[in-house]
Design a protein around this ligand. Structure first.
Ligand code: SAM
Length: 202
């Protein structure tokens, strides 16, 4: 199995889990749009859940959520918030098949090394039920790099991302929109929001 993570980035989240949890804020708008497109009580896998704010919102809305994060310390922060166990799961360890109505991956696949993103996206596509919905967000750019906190980013352009999603398999729909926001490093960046649906027939 190939490994799709950056050790320095994981070490950052391990060492700064409490500070990240204190900073992290839940943004309901996009998440509510995602939830509205799913059946009531749908099964949702959250990848890179961080401190668990989005999972908390989904659970409160009655969804059947599996919160996960690649950093045991971040998973512990989320477990404390959610009052339930949160699994440590690295993206490349995902091997579910047709299990989820939705996969939510806010601001986490942006840390996957460029040459590994296609494989991770294929795993996510496989984990979705036919017709399942997948959301992920990325910091936009034109090549990989690190921020001032030494975290690795794949910094994709829209065209590069579309190629990686295509590499992962066929999608019934793939929509990308952009806005500007500040991350934990307080830099203003352009964010690409990608929503993809697995075809019903594959
Ligand atoms: N989704 C949360 C949010 O919106 O606040 C957390 C986002 S935080 C910027 C990125 C998260 O991805 C961290 O919690 C980190 O531990 C996790 N992460 C980074 N690389 C990962 C990997 N290869 N597998 C699983 N999780 C990973």
């Amino acid at each position: 199995m190939t490994t799709a993570f950056d050790p320095e980035t994981l070490a950052f989240y391990q060492g700064n889990a409490a500070d990240y949890a204190a900073w992290s804020k839940h943004r309901h708008v996009r998440l509510n749009g995602f939830l509205a497109a799913l059946p009531q009580g749908a099964s949702i896998l959250e990848l890179g859940c961080g401190a668990g704010a989005d999972s908390a919102h989904m659970l409160a809305q009655g969804f059947d959520v599996r919160p996960t994060d690649g950093s045991p310390q971040m998973a512990a922060q989320a477990a404390q918030k959610l009052g339930r166990a949160v699994e440590t799961l690295l993206f490349h360890q995902l091997d579910a098949e047709a299990l989820y109505d939705g996969v939510w991956a806010n601001a986490c696949l942006l840390h996957v090394p460029r040459d590994q993103l296609g494989d991770v996206l294929a795993r996510i596509r496989r984990a979705l039920k036919p017709g399942g919905l997948f959301y992920a967000s990325y910091k936009a750019g034109d090549g990989e790099g690190r921020d001032k906190l030494s975290r690795y980013y794949n910094y994709p352009s829209e065209a590069w991302l579309r190629d990686r999603y295509a590499e992962a398999g066929a999608w019934a729909s793939l929509a990308i929109d952009a806005n500007e926001d500040r991350g934990f490093d307080d830099e203003l960046v352009s964010i690409l929001h990608v929503t993809a649906r697995r075809p019903t027939s594959t």
